[in-house]
Design a protein around this ligand. Structure first.
Ligand code: MN
Length: 742
């Protein structure tokens, strides 16, 4: 196990003025926190974070990253907290360690293949700071190096995960060395027999062609020299895993593989590339169809090189890449590094070349140090598509990918439409939170459901995913339709009763063709919407029925309206009122109206509307629903000839409800200073909200004032009018109902 001073010395070796105190503090803290914990192989647990830190010193990373490596398992595996780490090491390190704690969850997640891409994206997205990802990869590398001590079952799971997720990820951020070591280590566990076979064969072949590399290298060097081309020739040999992958991809035997032996020729100029190609092709026989010119047509990621395969001195196929130093740089670092290896295909970069595996990484870190933020870095490496996504977990560990800005409602719908439709609340990371909370990467979301729920229409404007929006719209439409169908049922019950018949919805089935509707529910909803007249329904059911249109009269107080018995009058719940057991047994059940959210078909006449205590009547307007008028409203005259549209309704307002209703008062007062103040005082004393006031002078000494106020009920309104009338400055105070009728 590395000693404390050795670690510090290593950092000092590549960084001037390193923060030794920080390293020492992190070393001691982590060692104490992990205490007596042991690894699977019996080593003290602390040896693990220490080795991870050591891997990162090989990459010459900064002290913050090294300290983070030392601390990376403390929050998850010891009693250490983010708060404590913040206090001791600063918020930056606290943030990094917490990031790693989040990532650790991934190790617990199900390993289904279709999740692999999500997991890779999650890793990237969650690593707000690329250093989190670097520590995570080093962590994984050390775990892979010490995998032998794990139980067999765990071993193959971890190895498969490394192969599917971590190795490609390392490749994508340009760490080819890390990628290859991870693959190599995983290969042994994922496919032990293939690993053994390829390794043995490879050794055999290398032995057989022992002289090939030196022969080709010297022959190339001398020929190029003769042509006056300055070149560096590098040989490279595949690792077992990349050989195996190629055998699989191309369905070839090991002997058939052309590039077990590869060479890279790096020259000074572009012209030299083609001249070198000429030399190669005149020296050895080229393999047709294997030549590729990525110089005249570079790959999308700017990769440029000439690729060719020739038959070597001992009839062995040899692959060659020819490029300038500049092209080499681009291929090794930067843009090419991740995309070139993107899809599990590595045409080069392997083998004995001993390229500084971490040059790319260091460049990355250098960029960070230069103030390039991680987002810019990711964007630069064309990974920006991950940045507008968030990845969250279900309690069972399934990953749900959502667009940025998504809410738990979106999450619920992403899991399943039913889950969304029955969502009433949520827990985020175990805490009850509002369902409109914006989700963050790594959040675990638990949806609280209720069978009785239908999604509020207002959610439609909150969600960001199309699926959620469409589902909410559908569910809302369905709920409104249900309300209309309920309303239609009541209307038909009443109309049938008036015609001396008893209504049952089964009657409609046979009449559907005559009504030109497809389903009974369509009939009910259309009647409720006022798009189908109840008398037409009666005629469709009873073709002999003669419509004895009775012009309606003002309802008698005792008999109910329109000659109906009081018992059959509809009970209407108005916006803001709460359901309460006011309904008597045997009455028609109330049509459920849910608050003033816009999806209910009830509104109040805008001019001098009804207040609780008024006798009221509903007028059905096609597509608009029901408008409530006070029974004395002159506007009702317009509907005299349309008894179909009249509905009997009544208040269901709870005692002491805080809901207010608009009413209009006309006051005629003496035109003198202080009059308005007197009137305003009455209003204020009675807690009436004045919404609007219109004044005009009718006579030299008088003025008319029309107040729109909000009151609780008729008593409240009457009290205000009485008190106004009692004021000496007021000559007249009266309520106005409906549009001015004078
Ligand atoms: Mn670890």
């Amino acid at each position: 196990m590395m000693r404390q001073y050795e670690l510090v010395e290593k950092v000092n070796g590549y960084k001037k003025n390193a923060d030794e105190a920080l390293l020492n503090k992190a070393y001691i803290y982590a060692m104490q926190k992990h205490g007596q914990q042991k690894r699977a192989n019996g080593d003290p647990y602390f040896s693990h974070p220490l080795e991870v830190a050591a891997i990162l010193t090989d990459l010459r990373l900064d002290e913050e990253t090294i300290a983070t490596a030392l601390l990376h398992d403390t929050i998850e595996d010891t009693d250490a907290t983010r708060k404590e780490i913040d206090a001791l090491f600063g918020e930056k390190i606290g943030f990094l360690v917490e990031g790693l704690t989040k990532l650790k969850r991934l190790d617990l997640v199900s390993k289904k293949a279709e999740q692999a891409e999500n997991l890779r994206r999650l890793l990237l997205a969650i690593s707000d700071d690329v250093r989190v990802l670097l520590v995570k990869l080093a962590d994984r590398l050390h775990n892979m190096r010490t995998l032998d001590h794990m139980p067999a079952e765990k071993r193959s799971r971890i190895a498969a995960e490394t192969m599917e997720i971590y190795a490609p990820l390392a490749g994508r951020i340009g760490m080819q060395g890390m990628r290859e070591e991870l693959e190599e280590l995983a290969f042994r566990h994922v496919n032990p027999s293939a690993h053994a076979m390829v390794t043995a064969k490879l050794a055999e072949l290398v032995e057989k062609n022992r002289n090939l590399v030196s022969t080709i290298t010297s022959e190339l060097a001398s020929k190029l020299e003769r042509e006056g081309i300055q070149a560096t020739v590098k040989s490279r040999q595949k690792r077992a895993f990349s050989v195996f992958r190629k055998m699989e991809n191309k369905r070839l035997s090991l002997e058939q593989l052309s590039d077990l032996f590869g060479f890279r020729i790096i020259v000074g100029t572009l012209e030299d590339c083609y001249r070198t190609l000429g030399v190669v092709h005149t020296t050895w026989q080229m393999v047709p169809a294997r030549f590729k010119d990525f110089i005249s047509t570079p790959k999308q990621n700017d990769y440029r090189s000439l690729h060719t395969t020739v038959i070597g001195p001992s009839r062995q196929r040899v692959e060659l890449q020819i490029r300038t130093w500049e092209m080499h740089e681009v291929a090794e670092f930067g843009i090419a590094a991740h995309t070139l290896y993107k899809d599990g295909f590595a045409p080069d970069g392997n083998g004995s070349e001993k390229m500084n595996a971490f040059a790319t990484l260091r460049k990355t870190i250098a960029q960070l140090a230069e103030g390039v933020n991680p987002e810019e870095f990711l964007e630069h490496t064309k990974l920006e598509l991950f940045l507008d996504q968030v990845f969250c977990f279900t309690p069972k560990g399934r990953i749900i990918a959502l667009p940025k800005g998504a809410t738990p409602i979106d999450f619920a719908y992403a899991v399943h439409t039913d889950v969304g439709n029955t969502c009433v609340g949520c827990k985020i990371n175990g805490q009850i939170m509002p369902v409109i909370t914006e989700l963050k990467n790594g959040d675990e979301v638990e949806i609280i459901r209720s069978k009785a729920q239908t999604p509020p229409a207002a959610w439609e404007s909150v969600v960001v995913t199309g699926k959620a929006r469409a589902s909410i719209r559908r569910a809302t439409r369905e709920a409104v339709r249900k309300q209309y169908a309920g309303l239609g049922t009541r209307i038909l019950e009443r109309a049938f009763a008036r015609a001396g018949k008893t209504f049952a919805s089964e009657m409609l089935a046979g009449a559907l063709p005559r009504l030109a509707r497809e389903a009974v529910d369509d009939v009910l909803a259309d009647v409720g919407r006022g798009e189908l007249a109840s008398v037409d329904v009666i005629r469709a059911v009873f073709p002999d029925y003669k419509d004895e249109r009775v012009s309606h009269a003002m309802p008698d107080k005792d008999e109910g309206w329109f000659g109906l018995k009081a018992g059959s009058s509809m009970l209407f719940r108005v916006p803001g009122s709460r359901a309460k057991g006011k309904r008597k047994q045997g009455e028609t059940p109330a049509i459920p109206i849910r608050g003033a959210s816009g999806d209910l078909p009830v509104r109040f006449s805008p001019d001098g509307g009804a207040v609780p205590g008024d006798r009221i009547v509903g007028i059905l307007t096609p597509r608009k629903g029901i408008t409530i008028f006070p029974i004395q409203s002159p506007e009702l005259k317009e509907y005299d000839e349309m008894p179909e549209r009249w509905l009997d309704v009544r208040w269901d307002i709870e005692e002491g409800s805080s809901e207010r209703f608009p009413a209009r008062i006309k006051v005629v007062a003496i035109n003198e200073p202080g009059t308005l103040a007197t009137i305003a005082e009455v209003m204020a004393n009675n807690d009436a909200n004045i919404q609007n006031l219109a004044m005009h002078r009718t006579a030299p000494d008088f003025m008319d004032m029309v107040f729109d106020i909000e009151v609780w009920d008729l008593n409240h309104l009457t009290r205000i009018i009485r008190q106004l009338a009692a004021k000496p400055v007021v000559s007249k105070a009266e309520r106005i109902v409906g549009r001015e009728s004078e």
